[in-house]
Design a protein around this ligand. Structure first.
Ligand SMILES: Nc1ncnc2c1ncn2[C@@H]1O[C@H](COP(=O)(O)OP(=O)(O)OP(=O)(O)O)[C@@H](O)[C@H]1O
Ligand SMILES: O=C(O)[C@@H](CO)OP(=O)(O)O
Length: 308
């Protein structure tokens, strides 16, 4: 057996080498699951052949990076950059916004897998809790969808566009919950991905969004027909209870909310990704996150683990 030795706040710990843990940490480098396991397997074999039965986390990381460098230097560089990011003591708060149906939940799930993060919070669920607390009479807009919230605005539209006014009133309320989750995650040191239509540039408090360990990304589907198709695929499985009709009837207003999100992203310098191809989207997200949190790798590995 090989023991991996690490150090947390001056305390040494030892754990058995796990191919699963190593393979998961390799996935950030765009390796498929099979290839990541294959490489983890090979690395274990090599270590055993060299009679290494104890290795520090840092030496293991260097070994892995060198191994990857022979497979593909780009993969190795991604691995090293991500380790740089994980050296930080601060949690990562990743916010993924986008109009209904563009794929924020699917992409958050994939990203969490790639980065080995364990917490994903959907803003729809925050809203659901709020609906139990705040009655329909008191705040009708959050009892609607973001794109048809305008139908329940009590005062007639004051702004130029009723749909956007409804969207803003809706997001504004749910945003209180989003901020609470960010605050709690920062306080507890828990990395989290928060995803959904209620993640909108310009709405989250400046003191939170400006933190070095908080990043917001906006997803879009620029092509209308592709966006429509997403609702078809999402509503097709028999266990899905969301009505396709609801989204098709409101498709134009959903597109309006997307345009609003893009406009807000421009104003607030938020990165926008057109979510067409699954892998390209994930790669862009990972690249943005590494760029924002880690800068470029300088090649000097020191400390940190991949396990949180
Ligand atoms: N890049 C992609 N390529 C192909 N299909 C995708 C892609 N991204 C998402 N999808 C599919 O599009 C559908 C909608 O995605 P998803 O449910 O994640 O959207 P959403 O943004 O979370 O929507 P909502 O906010 O309304 O819940 C799903 O069937 C999902 O599998
Ligand atoms: O409000 C919305 O735009 C969507 C987001 O997922 O929620 P629902 O379709 O459940 O109303």
């Amino acid at each position: 057996m090989i023991w991996v030795v690490g150090n947390i706040e001056g305390n040494q710990y030892k754990e058995p080498f796990s191919k699963g843990v190593l393979a998961r940490s390799l996935r950030v480098s765009r390796l498929g699951l099979d290839q990541a396991y294959e490489i983890a397997n090979e690395i274990e074999k090599e270590l055993l052949e060299r009679d290494i039965n104890e290795i520090s986390v840092n030496d293991l990381a260097t070994y892995v990076a060198d191994y990857l460098n022979n497979v593909d230097p780009e993969v190795s560089s991604k691995y090293k950059n991500w380790r740089e990011v994980r050296k930080s003591d601060e949690p990562l708060i990743i916010l993924i916004g986008g109009a209904s149906g563009v794929g924020t939940s699917s992409m958050a799930f994939e990203l969490a897998n790639r980065l080995g993060l364990k917490n994903i919070i959907s803003t729809d669920m925050i809203r659901e809790v709020m609906r139990k607390i705040v009655s329909k009479d008191l705040n009708p807009v959050i009892h609607k969808s973001s794109f048809d919230a305008y139908e329940s605005i009590r005062t007639p539209a004051i702004r130029v566009d009723a749909v956007i006014e409804g969207f803003i009133s809706h997001v504004d309320v749910v945003n209180v919950g989003v901020e609470a989750i960010i605050e709690r995650s920062l306080k507890e040191g828990i990395s989290v991905i928060i995803e959904g239509v209620h993640v909108v540039p310009g709405f989250i408090r400046e003191d939170l969004i400006k933190k070095d360990n908080v990043i917001m990304l906006i997803l879009t589907v620029d092509d209308e027909e592709t966006h429509k198709q997403r609702f078809y695929t999402r509503c097709r499985p028999p266990w899905v209870k969301r009505s396709l009709e609801h989204y098709m009837e409101n498709f134009e207003t959903i597109r309006k909310t997307q345009q609003f999100l893009v406009d807000q992203a421009k104003i607030h310098n938020t990165h926008v990704i057109n979510n067409v191809d699954f892998r390209t989207t994930i790669d862009s997200m990972v690249n943005e996150i590494i760029k924002e949190f880690g800068g470029e790798n300088d090649g000097n590995e020191e400390s940190g683990t991949d396990n949180d």
